[in-house]
Design a protein around this ligand. Structure first.
Ligand code: THG
Length: 302
């Protein structure tokens, strides 16, 4: 099944036969002190560079999270969504654990957004799924409940089943608009986390055929050389059935690993995208060299 997101002018499609969907994680104050302070002061100026860098890096969708402690998150989310829509036509993910913030983001958004996220807790499902339905959005489901974030892949699959059942039967949300997060956790905290995530991905694909996304940077958190870990994890996860990730789209190492996986798994017919990206890079390098040579020639010789 394909999950189709849209902005006013553009679509992004998440699906098992599609190129892997790169969702840029960067518009998020987590781990960014200066950005958090700016958000508390109502200053969104840094978002402009964040958008530009992620678009240049190959993001196909952008995640927007305004979760800075003590900030007016709902007001910021509404403003951020309006601002970003003026900077790019990539579809957006509205990322918050607060219902009013999701509502503010959806109200400001023109198109079909991806709501990030709802858990399998009854009160969360009852509060968030009506919003998803009202705005005709798609939604990310996290397979945890009031009791636990389960370690066991089989338990994650059961909670995903609950999420999918409630969303489709009680709220009439089509299965293609449900994206399940198999839960990615730091291998630095427990080296068993990676394999549990991968097993969950394979089971979710076989059981429901749903689209999936996860926070790819979570996996490498606290470890050195994070990009190398991301570049190894994502192709493996993709071959298990992962169809999108919230990830660092500014990292050529990670983005190229994903593009190579598309090529190897026959999601880049004739390798056209792989070759086109290489040619564009060569052309950019040639252009830069020519400009440098012209600048040197224009300088008076000593
Ligand atoms: N699942 C879903 N949504 C999510 C997550 C998930 N949204 C939030 C998060 N996890 C994914 N987004 C990020 C954003 C940033 C980072 C990690 C995940 C990150 N940032 C650097 C850091 O903290 O070291 C910033 C460092 C810097 O620039 O200074 O790691 O799992 N559904």
């Amino acid at each position: 099944v394909d999950t189709v997101l849209s902005s006013a002018a553009k679509q992004a499609v998440i699906g098992p036969g599609q190129p892997f969907c790169i969702i840029g994680e960067r518009i998020n104050p987590t781990g960014r002190k200066a950005f958090g302070a700016e958000l508390r002061a109502g200053d969104l100026s840094r978002v402009e560079t964040d958008v530009a860098q992620q678009v240049a890096g190959g993001a196909m969708v952008l995640d927007v999270n305004m979760g800075a402690p003590l900030a007016d998150e709902a007001e910021l989310m509404g403003r951020a969504v309006r601002l970003i829509q003026g900077l790019t036509d990539l579809p957006l993910v509205i990322d918050s654990s607060i219902i009013e913030v999701l509502d503010a983001g959806l109200a400001a958004y023109e198109g079909k957004a991806l709501v990030n996220s709802v858990t399998a807790e009854d009160d969360r499902l009852e509060a968030i799924l009506p919003l998803v339905k009202k705005y005709g959005a798609a939604v990310i489901g996290l397979p945890n409940d009031e009791e636990e974030i389960p370690e066991d892949p089989a338990r994650r699959v059961e909670l995903a089943r609950k999420l999918i059942d409630v969303a489709t039967r009680q709220y009439g949300i089509p299965i293609e608009d449900i994206v399940i997060d198999p839960l990615a956790m730091p291998v630095g905290a427990d080296t068993g986390h990676g394999i549990r995530t991968l097993e969950t991905i394979a089971r979710l694909r076989d059981e429901f055929g749903v689209n999936m996304t996860l926070g790819a940077s979570n996996v490498s958190f606290g470890m050195p050389d994070r990009h190398a870990i991301g570049a190894a994890f994502l192709p493996v996860a993709i071959s298990h059935g992962l169809t999108s990730a919230i990830m660092d789209a500014r990292s050529p190492q990670i983005v190229r690993a994903v593009k190579a996986a598309d090529l190897l798994l026959d999601r880049d017919p004739w390798g056209a995208s792989w070759i086109a990206a290489h040619r564009a890079q060569q052309a950019a390098a040639q252009q830069a060299a020519a400009e440098q040579a012209a600048a040197a020639a224009a300088r008076p010789s000593p």
